[in-house]
Design a protein around this ligand. Structure first.
Ligand code: SAM
Length: 249
């Protein structure tokens, strides 16, 4: 399986919808910017210090804060949309694993808060967001799936899944858990997606494999794998993009 690592930055506004806008993705931290260092005086573990230092120096974290995005993950979706043109104003979107809400914010911006419909779901509570219906539940639970369908009031044009189980640090276990969540997301998607619709899901770095890949190829016209620049190089995540749902999975 080959991956595309997208270069380049946001190419500016594409949609003409009044409520849509496209912030540029941030430049990598340049040499002219002084890196922030934290003092070791506090009783923090070395791993916590490393995490904090990375957060304080991450241009995506800084830009997310400046633009009011709830997570740096928002830029992954912005970059994927800039590259693959996922959204159109007025679309119906489901966002699986939406908390704290960065992807949901981007989806609302790009389909239009009044024209489109965005339904987000997460195990955790997601703070209210204008233009989105936010639910709490486990996507593996049939009652959660029913609640999403009701909130959407019809079929989806796009199902997004940035779902991730808590990392164990054990590569093989994490791989299996991510793969299981992608299968859950696909099973749900195959029931709620419009013919012609799009499925975008976080996967493990090796991409979708085996029976699921064969099934995706059977029910979608086009399958791509990508790792957007905002996805940290050291992260084991990547994304699968399946377009042109044939329906009737
Ligand atoms: C990386 S975070 C999503 C970040 C989000 N896309 C954003 O931009 O703010 C992954 C989320 O997946 C959620 N998740 C994991 N398993 C889930 C499940 N079975 N059902 C619903 N949400 C799940 C987690 O609770 C977590 O909030």
């Amino acid at each position: 399986m080959t991956f595309e690592r997208e270069g380049g930055r946001s190419q500016g506004r594409r949609h003409s919808g009044e409520e849509t806008h496209k912030p540029a993705t941030p430049k990598p931290l340049g040499g002219r910017v002084a890196a922030v260092r934290i003092r070791d005086g506090h009783r923090r573990k070395p791993s916590s210090n490393r995490w904090l230092t990375r957060q304080l120096n991450d241009p995506y974290v800084l830009e997310a804060r400046r633009l009011g995005y709830r997570s740096r993950a928002a830029f992954k979706l912005i970059e994927l949309d800039d590259r693959f043109r996922l959204f159109r104003p007025g679309q119906q979107v489901v966002d699986l694993g939406c908390a704290p809400g960065g992807w949901t914010q981007v989806a609302v911006e790009r389909v239009g808060a009044r024209r489109g419909t965005v339904v987000g779901i997460d195990l955790a509570e997601t703070a209210p967001l204008p233009g989105a219906a936010l639910l709490r539940g486990d996507i593996r639970d049939p009652s959660t799936r029913e609640a999403i369908a009701q909130a959407l009031g019809g079929f989806a044009d796009i199902v997004l899944s940035d779902m991730a189980p808590p990392a164990t640090g054990h590569g093989a276990t994490d791989h299996l858990r991510v793969a299981a969540l992608v299968e859950e997301a696909f099973t749900f998607t195959s029931k709620i997606l419009q013919p012609g619709g799009t499925f975008l899901a976080k996967v493990f770095q090796s991409g979708v494999e085996g029976a699921l890949l064969a099934e995706l190829k059977r029910v979608f016209v086009e399958i791509r794998h990508a790792k957007p620049p905002a996805s940290r190089a050291e992260s084991a995540e990547a994304y699968v993009l399946a377009r042109g749902f044939r329906g009737g999975a």
